[in-house]
Design a protein around this ligand. Structure first.
Ligand code: GLA
Length: 387
C-alpha cells in the first residue's frame, strides 16, 4: 500500500502541480463463502485484500472537478453541482455517482477539486475494483466537505452509484468488505441486520486467488437476471409459507426439499443456491471457531458445486481450476469468488505450500487451455481509511 500512496502523490503533483490535501485508500475484496446471498438478505464471509485504490484531492479555484485516472492516463472534467454520468470514461461514473448521492444524502454545497486516482487491484478479476473506487472516493469527498458518514451509509451510497450510474443491481457485499476488513480475519456480515463481525483465520492458513481472465460480456445482465429470479422465488415461497417470507433468507434448505414440486424447476434451481449458501456460511463460521479448517474447505468446494450446477454462474475455466485444486496437497477448499461467469477462484491454503500450489494450478490450466495464469496469495487486510 505504501508504494501505491507514494505513486499517487507523485502522479497528483505531476498532473495538478501540487500535493493532494486528502488521500483516501480503499481495498478490493475477496468473497470466501456465501455467493449471491447478500441481496437475498443472507450471510457472507469475505475479506478485504492487500490491493486497493488510492484517491487524492486538492481544492480547485472554481466549481469544476478535474479527475485523473493515473493508470489509464485519462482525465475528465465535470461540474461539482451536477456530475452527471458519461458513456465515455466509464470509470468516472463511480466517483460521479458517489458525489451525487453523498450530496443528496448530506445536503452540502459540493466544491470543485483536483483529483487523482491510482490502484493495484487486477482489473476484471472479480476483486471489486469498482467498489474500492466508490469507497475511496466516498471517503475522500466526505473529508473534503467536512462530513462523517457512518460506514454503512457510505456503503449504501457506493451501492447506489453502482445501481444508478453503472446499471448493476449489486448487493452491499463489496462495499462492506472494503470498509470493514481486518488483518488476518474474515468479515462476517448479516445482510438483513447489516451487523458486521470478524472471524479469525486458523494459524498457517491463507488464501490464493487465480484469475481465469475470462470476462463474460453479458455478466451485468446475467447478474441482474439472477437477482430477479431470486426475487421471484421469494415471492413464490411467500405464497406457500405465508408473509413471514420476505426474501430467500427466510427459506430453509428443508423447505427447498419439501416444496420442490410446487416451484417451477428453473426457479427452484436458482433459489436453491443462495438458500444452501446461507446454511454453508453459518456452518463455516462454526467450523472456523472450532478450528476445523478441513471442514471449512469442504464447504468451499460444495459452494462451487452449487454455483456450477444450480445457479449456473460458473464457466469451464473456473471449473477446471477448482477441480485441479481438489487434488493439490495443501489446498483445503476452492470456489469461484464474486458474481461469477468468469473472474477468479479463491482457495484456502496452507500458506507454507503456496509456491507449489501456484505451480500446480498454472500447469493444470495450461494443459487445458494452453494459456498461463498467475495465481497470487491474497492477505486479508484492514479496511478503507483516510491516510
Ligand atoms: C458481486 C456483487 C455482490 C455480490 C456478489 C455475489 O460481487 O457486486 O453484491 O452479489 O457478486 O455474491
Amino acid at each position: 500500500m505504501n508504494d501505491l500512496i507514494d505513486r499517487l502523490r507523485t502522479e497528483h503533483r505531476s498532473f495538478h502541480g501540487r500535493d493532494p490535501e486528502i488521500i483516501a485508500y480503499a481495498p478490493g475484496r475477496v468473497e470466501i463463502l456465501g455467493n449471491h446471498t447478500d441481496y437475498n438478505e443472507g450471510f457472507v464471509l469475505s475479506a478485504a485484500i492487500d490491493a486497493g485504490i488510492a484517491f487524492g484531492l486538492s481544492p480547485a479555484e472554481d466549481d469544476v472537478c478535474t479527475l485523473v485516472a493515473a493508470d489509464l492516463r485519462e482525465s475528465v472534467q465535470f461540474q461539482s453541482i451536477d456530475p452527471g454520468r458519461t458513456d465515455k470514461e466509464r470509470w468516472s461514473n463511480y466517483p460521479r455517482g458517489v458525489l451525487t448521492f453523498l450530496q443528496e444524502r448530506y445536503d452540502f454545497r459540493p466544491k470543485g477539486f483536483l483529483g487523482t486516482l491510482s490502484g493495484d487491484i487486477p482489473m476484471a478479476a472479480g476483486l471489486s475494483s469498482s467498489a474500492a473506487l466508490e469507497i475511496a472516493s466516498g471517503l475522500a469527498f466526505s473529508a473534503f466537505h467536512g462530513i462523517s458518514p457512518e460506514k454503512i451509509e457510505l456503503a449504501k451510497i457506493g451501492q447506489k452509484a453502482e445501481h444508478e450510474f453503472a446499471g448493476v443491481r449489486c448487493g452491499l457485499l463489496d462495499q462492506i468488505s472494503s470498509l470493514f476488513g481486518r488483518e488476518h480475519a474474515l468479515v462476517f456480515t448479516d445482510f438483513r441486520s447489516l451487523d458486521v463481525d470478524t472471524v479469525s483465520l486458523p494459524e498457517g492458513t491463507g488464501f490464493m486467488i487465480a484469475n481465469t481472465e475470462v470476462k463474460h460480456t453479458l455478466v451485468d445482465s446475467e447478474y441482474n437476471e439472477r437477482r430477479q429470479r431470486c426475487e421471484q422465488a421469494a415471492a413464490a415461497f411467500a405464497r406457500i409459507l405465508g408473509p413471514r417470507v420476505n426474501s430467500l433468507r427466510d427459506v430453509a434448505w428443508a423447505d427447498m426439499l419439501k416444496y420442490r414440486d410446487r416451484l417451477d424447476p428453473a426457479v427452484w434451481k436458482r433459489a436453491a443456491h443462495p438458500v444452501g449458501e446461507n446454511e454453508r456460511v453459518l456452518a463455516g463460521v462454526a467450523a472456523l471457531k472450532r478450528g476445523e479448517t478441513a471442514a471449512f474447505g469442504r464447504l468451499m468446494f460444495e459452494s462451487h458445486e452449487s454455483s456450477r450446477t444450480l445457479f449456473e454462474n460458473s464457466c469451464p475455466e473456473l471449473d477446471t481450476l477448482v477441480e485441479a485444486a481438489r487434488n493439490i496437497s495443501g489446498v483445503y477448499g476452492a470456489r469461484l469468488s464474486g458474481g461469477g461467469f468468469g473472474g477468479s477462484i479463491v482457495a484456502l491454503i496452507e500458506t507454507g505450500r503456496a509456491p507449489a500450489i501456484a505451480k500446480a494450478l498454472i500447469s493444470a490450466f495450461a494443459s487445458a487451455y494452453n494459456r498461463k495464469i498467475s495465481p497470487r496469495v491474497v492477505v486479508p487486510s484492514a479496511g478503507a481509511r483516510i491516510i
